[in-house]
Design a binder for this molecule. Structure first.
Ligand code: ATP
Length: 272
């Protein structure tokens, strides 16, 4: 079967155990090309663990992950070459300049700097990083690091972008640019798999959403489908999140999430 006829991402019975503890408890998921798919859940739900397994940096304890039909376990090089991964706690070489870092990443993908220069310049310009490209990364703010990282993840022209908490640390302008960039990317046939604990981000950015709780998907669909499932016509996703997950415990989680909205997340609330 050709890559095009395969889903961009497919998870079958994916499990992750840390010792006796099951962080991810049998996740099944199919994301077609051209979709922004969001993984939404409270802290500790299993989002980062799942994202890291899809990115190929953490091995599942069970189940199977396919990227455009390529099995991550049996065809790792092919599968990973299709993925651009943007982690939530990235590692950047502080003593390199932004430009040097991007050339380094291009080299890891076997590309010469001049092969990717146009692409890199376009993103640096878009993110207002051009004048910073020769400065050392150690002088970059959190938001600038995030933008550099996004650029580095797009260098090899991946078909699937995997992002853990994409909007955290970005100012409203950069959050808007990233949202537009992701939309343009999927309009051109790319696919995005992202995690967020921020309801506004899921609602504003994603075509479909899976709500994950204690390692299991407990609801999945478009906003309208989730609304129908929660029997809450016209409700805001936050209400749906509460209704679908239910229980006082989840109400406390949502309330504390609301209280925990800091300056970095205020920007994401404006992504609409
Ligand atoms: P957050 O929003 O806080 O990042 P999350 O949904 O991304 O949460 P994960 O980081 O995937 O959640 O963690 C899921 C569960 O697995 C949590 O209970 C966490 O404590 C546990 N966990 C994660 N990594 C490890 C590890 N290396 N060893 C043991 N337990 C772990």
């Amino acid at each position: 079967m050709s890559e095009e006829s395969e889903p961009a991402l497919k998870l079958e019975g994916v499990v992750k155990r840390y010792g006796d503890f099951q962080a991810v408890r049998g996740v099944d998921l199919e994301v077609p090309s051209g979709e922004i798919f969001g993984f939404l859940g409270p802290n500790g739900a299993g989002k980062t663990t799942t994202i890291r397994m899809v990115a190929g940096v953490l091995q599942p304890s069970g189940g199977r992950i396919r990227i455009s039909g390529h099995d991550l376990a049996s065809e790792p090089a092919l599968a990973k070459s299709r993925v651009g991964y943007i982690p939530d706690r990235p590692f950047l070489y502080e003593k390199l300049s932004g430009g040097e870092f991007l050339r380094f990443v291009a080299g890891l993908w076997g590309k010469e700097a001049d092969q990717v220069q146009d692409r890199v310049d376009r993103f640096l310009h878009l993110f207002h990083l051009t004048e910073w490209k020769d400065e050392l990364i150690e002088s970059y703010s959190h938001g600038m690091r995030q933008k550099l990282l996004i650029t580095s993840a797009l260098i090899h022209d991946p078909t699937l972008i995997v992002i853990d908490e994409p909007m955290v640390g970005l100012d409203p302008r950069s959050a808007r640019i990233l949202k537009d960039l992701l939309r343009r990317y999927v309009d051109e046939g790319g696919t995005v798999f992202l995690s967020t604990h921020t309801l506004e981000v899921a609602e504003a950015v994603c075509d479909r959403i899976a709500i994950i709780h204690e390692g299991r998907i407990i609801a999945l669909g478009t906003m309208d489908e989730l609304r129908a499932e929660a029997d809450a016509g016209g409700a805001h996703l936050e209400d749906i999140f509460l209704k679908v997950t239910g229980g006082d415990e989840m109400a406390e989680v949502v309330a504390s999430l609301r209280n925990a909205v800091g300056p970095s997340e205020v920007g994401s609330a404006g992504v609409g």
